[in-house]
Design a protein around this ligand. Structure first.
Ligand SMILES: [Zn+2]
Length: 102
């Protein structure tokens, strides 16, 4: 006679990350990663670059807020003027927020 195994409740582990702009916690896949490495601070669309990473929503609001200080704090680095303009260029590629929750 076969002993029936109890079904094991598997809780899928979804990595969660905090948006440094609004502090909301979301699955990592829904976030954009910014990484700091020897070359500076840059957006990491693959999520695989080595270095210290921080996460932001793909929302302009969050990027603008992040650039005010939270991002530098999360990366434990001051943003250089170059980093900043690189990130600002990226912000300009993001869609305008359809609705604002201000
Ligand atoms: Zn956010």
């Amino acid at each position: 006679m076969k002993v029936k195994k109890k079904p094991v409740q598997r809780v899928k582990h979804v990595p969660q990350r905090t948006c440094v702009g609004c502090r909301e916690v979301l699955p990592k896949r829904q976030m954009l990663r910014i990484v700091r490495n020897v070359e500076g601070v840059r957006v990491d669309p693959t999520g695989r670059l080595a270095g210290r990473g921080a996460y932001l929503h793909d929302r302009r609001d969050c990027w603008v807020r992040g650039l005010r200080g939270a991002l530098a704090h999360a990366l434990k680095a001051e943003l250089t003027a170059e980093d900043r303009s690189e990130l600002e260029n990226f912000i300009n590629t993001l869609p305008q927020d359809a609705e604002s929750d201000k």
